[in-house]
Design a protein around this ligand. Structure first.
Ligand SMILES: Nc1nc2c(ncn2[C@@H]2O[C@H](COP(=O)(O)OP(=O)(O)OP(=O)(O)O)[C@@H](O)[C@H]2O)c(=O)[nH]1
Length: 302
């Protein structure tokens, strides 16, 4: 088996230690470094590494504090941290593990030990990433699943509340999908769902945008920092995309191809409001779009 390659962040205030670890690991991995805890937090958040080698004793924010802060942030929580330090008392080791480190390497460093530990923890990280991705993905359509949507909605809701920016949601439901299943069979129905999901995903252009399978033939599209007007633009693109897929639907009273109805809502989250109000508003609009003849979108005023 080829050893796992990864991006490794070395955090140490002493340049000679950084050089030593860099020389040791650069052939197998991409190595970056930070010389203090604050810089390490910023780098870990903006360009998450696969593994962090963290010095315990640093001026300012020490390794223990840095590790605890990394474990406190959702974006950096899952990055394994190995302490690299001359401290070797049981109390120091316990302190590091309690702060959230996965392992502890003592100085003076032994090259073979460092490489072996790094490989082991990178392999474990990759397995963990795979597992996390699987638990967040809908197996049929390959877009995010409901659990992932719920997590991201809560996160973006809080983020928008803090920044005073809007959050928009589109609920999209395939029209007459029961008739599609009845006419073409469930396997074709499954293929149709996957094609529509993948097609809609290509319409999302900004990194924080998310499409998730919300229920059977219903999808939720979350657009952070987008107001109603922006969401209407995206919804029109989604509507066109589903039509352009040109999936024949002979049993549909609405059109000769598969179409969708979309409900749109947007809000600037405020203290005391619940994210469920955004979903309820989009759902009410989706109902209106269905009632008005399907194959269209309906937006709620902000
Ligand atoms: N093939 C397939 N069908 C599914 C899946 N999930 C839900 N469905 C079907 O989707 C259909 C949804 O039917 P309804 O809720 O009555 O809605 P509709 O027929 O799309 O009608 P309108 O939404 O009013 O246009 C049901 O027949 C479900 O069995 C799935 O994973 N695969």
């Amino acid at each position: 088996m080829t050893p796992p390659r990864g991006r490794i962040l070395i955090v140490d205030d002493a340049m000679e230690n950084i050089h030593f670890l860099h020389r040791l690991l650069q052939d197998e991995h991409k190595v970056v470094f930070a010389r203090d805890g604050m810089k390490a937090l910023e780098m870990a958040r903006t360009q998450p590494p696969d593994l962090i080698l963290l010095d315990a004793l640093m001026p300012g924010m020490d390794g223990f504090e840095t590790c605890a802060a990394l474990k406190d942030m959702p974006e950096t929580r899952d990055i394994p941290v190995i302490f690299v330090t001359a401290l070797d008392s049981p109390d120091d080791e316990t302190g590091a593990l309690e702060a959230g480190a996965v392992d502890f390497i003592n100085k003076p460093l032994n090259a073979a030990v460092v490489r072996a530990r790094v490989r082991t923890h990178l392999a474990l990280k990759q397995q963990g990433d795979l597992l996390r991705a699987m638990t967040m993905t809908d197996g049929l359509t390959r877009v995010a699943n409901r659990r992932c949507f719920d997590d991201v909605l809560e996160r973006e809701w809080k983020r928008c509340e803090r920044s005073g920016l809007p959050l928009a949601l589109i609920l999209a439901d395939i029209d007459h999908f029961k008739l599609y299943n009845d006419r073409y069979g469930h396997l074709a129905g499954d293929r149709c769902l996957a094609d529509v999901a993948q097609g809609m995903e290509t319409c999302l252009r900004r990194p924080p945008d998310l499409i998730a399978r919300y229920g059977g033939e219903e999808f939720a599209i979350l657009l952070p920092h987008e107001d109603v007007d922006g969401a209407v633009t995206v919804a029109s693109r989604l509507l066109d995309k589903v039509r352009e897929l040109a999936i024949p639907h002979e049993a549909s009273p609405t059109a000769s191809v598969v179409t969708a109805s979309l409900g749109i809502s947007a809000v600037i989250p405020q203290r005391g409001m619940e994210s469920s109000s955004l979903i309820a508003a989009a759902d009410a609009c989706l109902y209106e779009a269905k009632k008005a003849g399907r194959n269209r979108c309906q937006a709620a005023p902000m």
